[in-house]
Design a binder for this molecule. Structure first.
Ligand SMILES: Cc1cc2nc3c(=O)[nH]c(=O)nc-3n(C[C@H](O)[C@H](O)[C@H](O)COP(=O)(O)OP(=O)(O)OC[C@H]3O[C@@H](n4cnc5c(N)ncnc54)[C@H](O)[C@@H]3O)c2cc1C
Length: 460
């Protein structure tokens, strides 16, 4: 887990440039581990969330309109999710979540008087930008409609670890002898079929290691960029095609630190209802229009998100320039030329990170959940049973992709497969088929509700 801490101290929380929230409580093994290890109080003080929505000319939008649009949008999203669960046929020519939502938005707005439509359309666009960050896609037009219901939200809301998400590595590392960990050795080559009983891993440093089983947990972005060079021989064509079909976007955070508070004390998030954006404008002139809100992390620390090609462009800018542009945006939406410049701006740059090449995965139009199974399945030894080269990471989980708990569960499953194969070999029994992981709670392909796999999650 590569997740640098924010070099800005805050009163109560350690913030990070990557994962910060445990998504969901019930059935979340990371939540269970964090509670058992004393990393979180079981009840968190959740600050009241209080929105202020403004248009580009600074006019505020009444809260009841924001609420109305949120409620409608939630129903539109629920309907998208049903396509996977109920196997509905989508309308002709509609392949993505973005296209489907816009169809629903048009129908919804058509039922309203003309003067009420514009502001609501801007708010729907705000929600689509926000959804794209959650998905990790450039826009919701990239997210497959029929497959979006594969993602499972665990109930219980989002939980922050006061010492930062990386504090979870403490209990995870417990029991692992430090001398068995080799850090700071990027892998340049994984040779998986030269010797039938071993996989050899070569590091950039020149160091070579050989093992009976290797679990590869490099992110999907790294696999997309260099799987052909990383693996010797290259991975089978079907797997390489699945790697390329799945989506892996770039979502970046922008933290703005101030000397003094300037947003109203009772507001926790300023929501930006941008007017229409001209997509033919160069991205350098319009990247900031992808920022959909500024949230208070504290009275003097704001967080904004940007995703897709705009996020990739932002990574090319000096952080002070990002801070200057954000100040212009804030001044415009607050209609206040006196908005202060941040004393420090810190942005993530996930696309530029050579060992990440983006942020998290999603099922892109044209790909399916089956691609996740393909990417996550082990390559077997000659006996057709023993897992030789295994894969884990968020991109390998069929319903918790894009999350830390998804990554954790696939890692655990890979180890269980190895242990099961080793135990079977020691007993002289035939190993369990390695492509049927013994305890990973893979959803029953035919199941149409969540209880089947939720019951399978081991909370201990
Ligand atoms: C901005 C942002 C916010 C997020 N917020 C959340 C959140 O709030 N909650 C949540 O659950 N998830 C969140 N996520 C997603 C979460 O961080 C990932 O799903 C999770 O970290 C994936 O774990 P992983 O082990 O698959 O990959 P990673 O955490 O990326 O780990 C892969 C590791 O492989 C290493 N590596 C890469 N190439 C090589 C190589 N050649 N040799 C050796 N090592 C290599 C990398 O350095 C890295 O340490 C967020 C992600 C981002 C980018």
């Amino acid at each position: 887990m590569y997740n640098p801490a924010l070099p800005i101290p805050t009163d109560q929380l350690k913030l990070q440039l990557g994962a910060m929230w445990i998504h969901g409580v019930l059935g979340n093994p990371i939540y269970e581990l964090a509670v058992r290890s004393g990393l979180i109080k079981s009840i968190q003080d959740q600050p009241v969330h209080s929105l202020m929505a403004c248009r580009e000319d600074g006019r505020p939008i009444p809260f009841h309109i924001v609420q109305e649009v949120y409620d409608a949008y939630e129903q539109f999203m629920d309907r998208c999710v049903e396509y996977f669960l109920c196997k509905y046929e989508p309308p002709d020519g509609v392949r993505s979540v973005g296209e489907h939502i816009r169809l629903e938005v048009d129908l919804y707005l058509a039922g309203l008087p003309e003067r009420e439509r514009d502001v609501r359309r801007l708010l729907f666009e705000y929600l689509l930008k926000r959804e794209a960050v959650i998905a990790g896609a450039h826009s919701m037009d990239e997210v497959d409609l029929l497959e979006c219901g594969t993602y499972c939200d665990l109930p219980g809301g989002n939980i922050l670890l006061p010492e930062g998400y990386s504090s979870i590595l403490g209990p995870l590392r417990q029991g692992v002898p430090p001398e068995t960990l080799l850090l700071g050795h990027p892998v340049s080559r994984v040779s998986w079929s030269a010797r039938p009983d071993r996989v050899t891993v070569t590091c950039e440093s020149g160091r070579r290691l050989s093992a009976e089983h290797v679990v590869c947990t490099v992110p999907l972005g790294v696999l997309k960029e260099r799987s052909e060079r990383l693996f010797e021989p290259p991975l089978p064509a079907a797997r390489t095609a699945a790697i390329q079909r799945l989506g892996f976007g770039t979502a970046n955070k922008i933290f703005l630190e101030y000397d003094r508070p300037f947003l109203p004390a009772n507001v926790t998030e300023l929501l930006l209802a941008w007017g229409p954006t001209d997509p033919s404008q160069p991205v350098a002139q319009r990247w900031q229009r992808k920022i959909y809100s500024f949230s208070k992390m504290s009275e003097t620390l704001l967080l904004a998100w940007v995703v897709g090609e705009e996020a990739v462009h932002m990574e090319t800018l000096p952080m002070d320039e990002v801070g200057r542009v954000c100040t212009e945006v804030l001044a415009t939406f607050l209609d206040d030329p006196c908005v202060p410049r941040p004393k420090r701006t810190v942005c993530s740059g996930w696309k530029s990170q050579p060992y990440s090449r983006g942020s998290y995965s999603f099922i892109k139009t044209g790909s399916t959940q089956a691609d996740i199974y393909t990417v996550g399945s082990p390559i077997l030894a000659e006996d057709g049973k023993t897992p030789r080269l295994l894969f884990a990471g968020e991109h390998c989980h069929p319903s918790f992709y894009s999350t830390v708990h998804g990554a954790y569960l696939t890692g655990r499953s890979a180890v269980q497969q190895i242990l099961s194969a080793t135990a079977a070999a020691d007993d002289g029994r035939p190993a369990a088929a390695a492509d049927e992981p013994p305890t990973l709670h893979q959803p029953d392909e035919d199941a149409t509700d969540l209880s089947a796999w939720l019951a399978g999650i081991d909370l201990t």
